[in-house]
Design a protein around this ligand. Structure first.
Ligand SMILES: *Cc1c(COP(=O)(O)O)cnc(C)c1O
Length: 385
């Protein structure tokens, strides 16, 4: 089976993890701050807080921005459920903004229209989470301008997009947002097994996230209620969680980061071959924005209903039957039973639903060989014939 995504683990990665295993620290050692500093520097952000996964990073980011009961969080329906669940964890109300039919990212015009209506109704969101679907940045300049006008904060869900760029900056620079979140799950761009990170340029937000990551505990006398009893002393000043990543994982992350640019280049070479080979098939290939370079976590195509009678399910099953591990990204979040229970219904976000009805993600990972890719292309051709 050729999977839709997979990690690459090199001898250098193994050596880095083994060296940490033999060191004094399995967790809370030097590899975590090294990984944080390296990725913050790479992205051009000042602060980074590494945690056990991106879901935890999104939750921590919402908490740090003060999201709570009575507040509203808006995100894209074309995402993994975690982008929305983080709002529910904080007791906030979650809503969605439909996608742009070309980029599959949150539509800026839909966002502007919803904000205008919400302002009139007194229901403006506190946080908007744009999701850089498939690795391509949203139109952050426009979303940031709307944030300034309507007073919401911005968390970029860049789980797909580490290594990508937007205008003159790297995704993660937080030039147009408060916080950016990355995922290091094995199918993503670089991996730590499980892992995530939140980047910000705001030292106060970074400090709040660091406390939330570790039980809400501080050793900073300035934050304590009264005097420290002695050098051993710490205080729990708020209710946090244990969201920590281990040094073993951070050592793997540092080693993987060395290959990030190479990975993005390899993903683009694969995309170019797909784009060329699929041009003659009745499929819609993923639009590449000239405003930046996608990290290309995914290569999502749509089976074009205007040019073929073959349905998505038929094509999907034919590919799976020949050992091509295609997948679908994403089932619109608002159609999940949990969200239907909150009052959402099919039909609420028609662009996301229309895209989903035709979408298939083809294999896309840096070690996909030309021979494997040729197999995928031939199988897709037969499935559509
Ligand atoms: C993978 C993913 C997440 C969650 O990442 P984890 O590290 O698995 O918690 C969140 N948002 C999006 C868009 C993702 O693809």
């Amino acid at each position: 089976m050729i999977p839709y995504g997979r990690q690459e683990i090199t001898e250098d990665d193994i050596a880095a993890v083994v060296a940490t295993l033999k060191s004094d620290f399995l967790t809370q050692g030097p590899a975590i701050p090294r990984f944080e500093r390296a990725l913050a520097d790479y992205c051009g952000a000042t602060h980074a807080v590494a945690v056990c996964n991106a879901t935890a990073a999104l939750h921590m980011a919402c908490e740090a921005l003060g999201l709570g009961p009575g507040d509203r969080l808006w995100t894209s329906p074309n995402t993994f459920v975690a982008s929305a669940n983080c709002g529910l964890y904080c007791g906030a109300t979650v809503d969605f903004v439909d996608i742009d039919p070309r980029s599959y990212n949150m539509s800026v015009s839909a966002l502007a229209a919803r904000l205008e209506a919400a302002e009139a109704a007194g229901t403006l969101p506190k946080i908007v989470i744009p999701v850089h679907f498939a690795g391509q940045s949203c139109d952050m300049q426009a979303i940031h301008a709307l944030g300034q006008r309507y007073g919401f904060r911005i968390i970029e869900d860049a789980s797909h997009a580490v290594g990508g760029t937007y205008l003159d900056s790297r995704v993660g620079s937080c030039r147009y947002s408060d916080i950016t979140v990355f995922s290091f799950h094995p199918v993503k761009i670089i991996t730590t097994g499980e892992g995530g990170m939140a980047l910000t340029n705001d030292p106060a937000l970074a400090a709040r996230m660091e406390r939330f990551r570790s039980h809400g505990i501080t050793r900073d006398p300035a934050l304590m209620d009264g005097e420290a009893d002695g050098p051993w002393y710490y205080q729990q000043v708020e209710l946090g969680h244990n969201l920590r990543i281990t040094d073993l994982q951070a050592a793997l992350g540092c080693s993987q980061l060395d290959r990030l640019d190479d990975y993005i280049a390899r993903r683009h070479a694969i995309r170019e071959r797909y784009d060329a080979a699929l041009a003659s098939l009745p499929v819609i290939t993923p639009f590449q924005s000239p405003e930046g370079r996608s990290a290309l976590h995914l290569y999502p195509i749509q089976i074009d209903p205007a040019r073929t009678d073959k349905g998505r399910r038929e094509v999907f099953e034919a590919l799976r039957a020949t050992g091509i591990g295609v997948n679908v990204h994403y089932i619109p979040v608002h159609t999940q039973p949990w969200y239907r229970g909150l009052g959402f219904a099919p039909g609420d976000f028609p662009q996301a639903e229309r895209y989903y009805a035709h979408a298939i993600s083809l294999p896309m990972f840096p070690t996909l060989t030309e021979a494997q890719q040729a197999e995928v292309i031939a199988a897709l051709g037969s499935a559509l014939a």
